[in-house]
Design a protein around this ligand. Sequence first.
Ligand code: TXA
Ligand code: MG
Length: 345
Amino acid sequence: METRYFNAVKQPEAGTKLGGSVIRSGGLVAFPTETVYGLGANGLDGEAVNKIFEAKGRPNDNPLILHIAKKSDLKELWKSVPERARLLMDEFWPGPLTMVYLKSSRVPEEVTGGLDTVAVRMPDNRTALALIRAAGVPIAAPSANLSGKPSPTTADHVKADMNGRIDVIIDGGPCNIGVESTVVSLMGGAVTILRPGGITREMLEAVIGPVNLSPAVLAPLKQGEAAASPGMKYRHYAPDAQVIVGTGSLPDMAAKLIAEYDRREAEGLACIIFATEETRCFYRGKRYVIIGERKNPLTLCESLFAQFRAQEGKADVILCEALPETDMGLAYMNRLLRSAGFKTI
Ligand code: TXA
Ligand code: MG
C-alpha cells in the first residue's frame, strides 16, 4: 500500500478532508494529538478496527480508545453518563483524559477486545478534532507505533513504523505532552487511574475528591493477577536498548548510574545516560544527553520516547534517573519503569 502524506500546517484542509473520507470508507489514518500520534479507523466499523491491530502487530484483546470531537457524542457510546464523568469532562475535555465506562450497543466488540466497557476521549488538537468531524464517526485510535515500540511523538516516528502499512499520515508537528493520556475507570462507583498521563492525580482530585491508583501503575502485575487495563499485561514503550533506572538521592543515584555505566562499558556495551539540567555536572567524561529538567517533569515526558528512538542502533544500555512519583512525575515513572521492565538500581 502507498501511504499518502499531508502537512497540517501547509495543507490544513486537504489532510483532514481526505483523511475523513478514508476513515469513513474503512481505511487507516495516522494523526497528531496533544499526547502522541494516533492510528485511526472508523470506531463503529469492526472490520476497519481490525486493520489497526494488523498494521500495529497488536494483540487484539488490548482495547482501543474512541476519540470524539463533541462532549455530547459520549452518550451515544456509553450506556449512561455518570455524574462524575460530567464533572471530569467539563473540566478536562478537550484534553489528555480518557474515561472508561459501560459501553452502548453501538460500540463493536473489536474496539473493546470483548470487554463490556469502552474508553473515550476528546483530544485537544485542532487537526485531530477536524479529522473526527470530517469522518463523522468516532475514531478508534491507539498510538501509531508498531506494538511494543515507543509511542510516536512526531510524524517521522510514525513514518518509520507505518510507511506502506496505512493509507494516510497527517503531520501536525511534534506532540507537546509526549506521553499518552491519563486513563481512568469510572466503574464501581469510583475513579481509578489505570494509566497516568497529562491530567495528573492531583488535578483529578481537585475536581472529584479522592482517586484510586491501580497498583499496576508502578509495579509489575503479579503472576496470575488480572489486568484492570489489558494494556498493563504487555511490555510497553520499549526501545531496542536495555533501560536501567537509578533511584535514591541525587548524588547517590548518579554514583550508581556511573558505576553501572563503567561496568557495562567494560563488558563492551555502548552506554548512554539520560541526564537532566540539574544533574549534568555528575556525568562529566561519560556519554550523556540532557532530556529535560527534573523540576519540570513535563519536559522529561515530552522528550522521553523521542530520545529512546534516537538511541536505536546506537546505545545498548540507557541509564535513566528516577523522579518523585507526584504530578507529572507519576506518568514519567510509569513509562520509564515499563521501558525498563521494572529494573531499578
Ligand atoms: O493519548 C492517548 O491516549 C493516545 C492517543 C492516540 O489518543 N492513545 C493511546 O492508545 O495511547 P493506546 O491504545 O496505546 O492505549 C490505550 C490504553 C491501553 O492501555 C488499554 O489497555 C486501555 O487504554 N484501555 C482501553 N480500553 C479499555 C477498557 N475498556 N478498559 C480498561 N482499559 C482500557
Ligand atoms: Mg500504545
